[in-house]
Design a protein around this ligand. Structure first.
Ligand SMILES: Nc1ncnc2c1ncn2[C@@H]1O[C@H](COP(=O)(O)OP(=O)(O)OP(=O)(O)O)[C@@H](O)[C@H]1O
Ligand SMILES: [Mg+2]
Length: 513
C-alpha cells in the first residue's frame, strides 16, 4: 500500500496526514487519489469506514489555491451532521495550509452563515437545500468552483434532492471536476454520471462483500412484543462501549429512548424532527460517552464516524440492503471490529434473506438470550470491576472497615452483598412501545442465489434489486409510507423556500409506491 509521500502531495498535507495518524493510504485512497489529482471525474465505491472522506478530501485540498479567497470546492452531503463531520476532516487535512472548509446546513441561522462566508473559505460542505438557498441569495458565488464532490450521492437521490443537485451542477462552471463517493451505488447514480460527469473513471474496490469483514453480523428472530426485553438483555450481556440502535420511525426512536432511560440505560434519540440544537447536543453527548446508547432513524446511518461504536442493533430490520450496509457500517470502522445484531420477526425472514443475498453475506442466527444470561453478563462486569479495583493501592482507607465487617459477617455473604449492590440487575420496569407492522418482501425479484449484489465487481450499477420504488418492499396494510415513516415532498412538489423547512436530513425518504 502506498504511503502518502508517493502521491506527490504538498508537504503540508503529508504532514497533516501523519499528524492525524494516517500512515498508509487505504485501498480506496490508494486508487482514487492519483486519478483525482489528475483532475479527472471519478466515481468511487468502497465499504463503510474505509476512508472515502480523505480519498476526496486530499485531492480537493491539493487543488485549492490558498492565495485566493474564492469558493473553489463544494462537497454536498445528505445530512447536517455529516456536513459538519466532513468539514472537520477536511480542515484537519488542511491544517497546515491557508485553506478552510465551512459547513453550511439547514437548521442553522442563515445570517450567521453569511457572516462566516465573509471570511472567505475556499471549500463549502453543505446539504443541498441550504446550499440552494445561498445560491439564490447570491451569498455563495459559484464561478470559481473547480471541484464538486457528492458524498453519499445515492442517499441524496433517495431523499429527493435530485432536482437540487441538478440545479447546483448546472450552475457551477462546466470545466469543474466532479467526484462522487458512496459505499453503495444503485443504478440511479448512472443518470447523474451521464448527465453531469465527464467520462468518469469508476473505481470500485474489489471486494466480495459490500460490508467489511471486521463487522460480525448476527440476527435474532424475535417477536415484535419481545424486542425490547431482548434488547435490554443484549445491552446487559454485551455492555457496549457505545451502541447505536436503529428504529424505523421517529416515533419508534422517541419511544425507545424513553423506554431505555426508564430502565436505567444512558440513551437518547436522534431524528429529523428534533431541532438542530437538540440533534447537536445528543450527538455530542454520545461522542463524549455521556450517554452510551444512541437511538436513531436512518438519519444517523450514513457517513457518521464515531469512534468507540462497538455495537449496532437493528431493532427494526432496515427497509433495504443499502440502509443495512450503512447502518451496520457505523461500527467496525478504520480496521476496528464491531458487532451488528438485527432483530427480525418471523414474517420478515424473507426480507432478511433478501438483504443477505444482496450483500452476499450471511448473518449468523443467534438464540434469544435469557434473563439469566443478562444477569450473568452484568455480574461479570461487576466482578471485573472489583478485581480491577483490588489491584489498586489506594484502598487503605477501606481496609479497617472491611476487617470490622468481616468480624460480624462471613466473607462469602459479605462479598455477595457487595456484588449484588454493584450489579445492575435486569430491570423489568414496564414500558410502552407502539407496535410496528412487519416489513414484507414481494415474491418477485429475488436475486439468484450466490450472485452478489452491488459492488461485487459485477461492474457499475451491478445487478441488484432496486429500491422500494419498484414495490418490492411493502409495509403491511399497503399504505405507501416513506422510509422511516416520514412524509416529504417528492421532487417537483411545492418546496419550501428556506433550507430550514425542507426535508430535514436523513430519514426523509421519497414516498414508496
Ligand atoms: N489512511 C488512513 N489511515 C488511518 N485511518 C484512516 C485513513 N483514512 C481514513 N481514516 C479514518 O478512518 C475512519 C473512517 O473514514 P471515513 O469516515 O472517511 O470512511 P468512509 O469510507 O467515508 O465511510 P462511510 O461509507 O461510512 O461514509 C475515520 O476515522 C478516518 O479518520
Ligand atoms: Mg463517508
Amino acid at each position: 500500500m502506498a504511503t502518502f509521500n508517493d502521491f506527490g502531495l504538498h508537504h503540508s498535507i503529508v504532514r497533516a496526514l501523519s499528524n492525524m495518524g494516517f500512515e498508509e493510504a487505504t485501498a480506496i485512497q490508494d486508487q482514487t487519489v492519483p486519478v483525482a489529482l489528475q483532475g479527472r471525474d471519478l466515481i468511487g465505491q468502497a465499504q463503510t469506514g474505509t476512508g472515502k472522506t480523505a480519498a476526496f478530501g486530499i485531492p480537493l485540498i491539493e487543488r485549492m489555491d490558498e492565495t485566493s479567497g474564492n469558493i473553489q470546492g463544494v462537497v454536498l452531503t445528505p445530512t447536517r451532521e455529516l456536513a459538519v463531520q466532513v468539514a472537520e476532516e477536511i480542515n484537519k487535512i488542511a491544517q497546515f495550509k491557508n485553506i478552510s472548509a465551512l459547513p453550511i446546513y439547514g437548521g442553522q441561522d442563515i445570517t450567521r452563515q453569511i457572516k462566516a462566508l465573509k471570511k472567505r473559505p475556499q471549500i463549502i460542505v453543505a446539504t443541498p437545500g441550504r446550499f440552494m438557498d445561498h445560491m439564490r441569495r447570491r451569498t455563495i458565488r459559484l464561478d470559481a468552483i473547480e471541484v464538486v464532490v457528492l458524498d453519499e450521492a445515492d442517499e441524496m437521490l433517495n431523499m429527493g434532492f435530485i432536482d437540487d443537485i441538478k440545479e447546483i451542477l448546472k450552475e457551477v462552471p462546466e470545466s469543474r471536476q466532479t467526484l462522487l463517493f458512496s459505499a453503495t451505488m444503485p443504478r440511479a447514480i448512472q443518470e447523474i454520471a451521464q448527465q453531469f460527469m465527464n467520462e468518469p473513471t469508476i473505481i470500485q474496490v474489489k471486494a466480495k462483500e459490500v460490508t467489511v469483514p471486521n463487522i460480525a453480523q448476527e440476527y435474532m428472530e424475535v417477536a415484535e412484543k419481545q424486542k425490547f426485553d431482548v434488547l435490554c438483555r443484549l445491552l446487559d450481556i454485551h455492555s457496549p462501549e457505545l451502541a447505536i440502535i436503529f428504529g424505523r420511525t421517529k416515533r419508534r426512536v422517541d419511544e425507545l429512548s424513553e423506554a431505555l432511560t426508564k430502565r436505567g440505560y444512558g440513551a437518547e434519540g436522534i431524528h429529523g424532527d428534533l431541532n438542530q440544537a437538540k440533534r447537536d447536543s445528543v450527538l455530542r453527548k454520545f461522542k463524549e460517552g455521556t450517554i452510551e446508547v444512541l437511538v436513531a432513524t436512518d438519519v444517523a446511518a450514513r457517513g457518521l464516524d464515531i469512534s468507540g461504536v462497538t455495537h449496532v442493533f437493528n431493532f427494526d430490520i432496515p427497509q433495504d440492503s443499502e440502509s443495512y450496509v450503512h447502518r451496520i457500517g457505523r461500527t467496525g470502522r478504520a480496521g476496528k471490529t464491531g458487532l451488528a445484531i438485527t432483530f427480525v420477526t418471523s414474517r420478515e425472514i424473507d426480507h432478511l434473506r433478501l438483504i443477505e443475498r444482496t450483500t452476499n453475506r450471511r448473518m449468523e442466527r443467534r438464540a434469544v438470550p435469557s434473563m439469566a444470561e443478562a444477569l450473568e453478563g452484568q455480574q461479570k462486569m461487576t466482578v471485573d470491576k472489583i478485581l480491577e479495583a483490588s489491584g489498586r493501592d489506594d484502598l487503605s482507607a477501606y481496609k479497617t472497615l472491611a476487617e470490622q465487617l468481616l468480624e460480624d459477617v462471613d466473607s462469602v455473604t459479605l462479598v455477595s452483598a457487595a456484588l449484588k449492590l454493584l450489579t445492575k440487575e435486569p430491570d423489568m420496569t414496564p414500558v410502552r412501545l407502539t407496535e410496528e407492522a412487519p416489513l414484507r418482501v414481494g415474491k418477485k425479484k429475488l436475486p439468484p442465489k450466490g450472485k452478489g449484489g452491488f459492488g461485487s465487481g459485477s461492474g457499475f450499477g451491478g445487478k441488484r434489486p432496486s429500491r422500494p420504488r419498484n414495490g418490492e418492499y411493502r409495509p403491511r396494510g399497503g399504505e405507501s409510507r416513506p422510509r422511516s415513516g416520514e412524509s416529504r415532498p417528492r421532487s417537483g412538489d411545492s418546496r419550501p423556500r428556506s433550507g430550514d423547512s425542507r426535508p430535514r436530513s436523513g430519514e426523509s425518504r421519497p414516498p414508496r409506491s
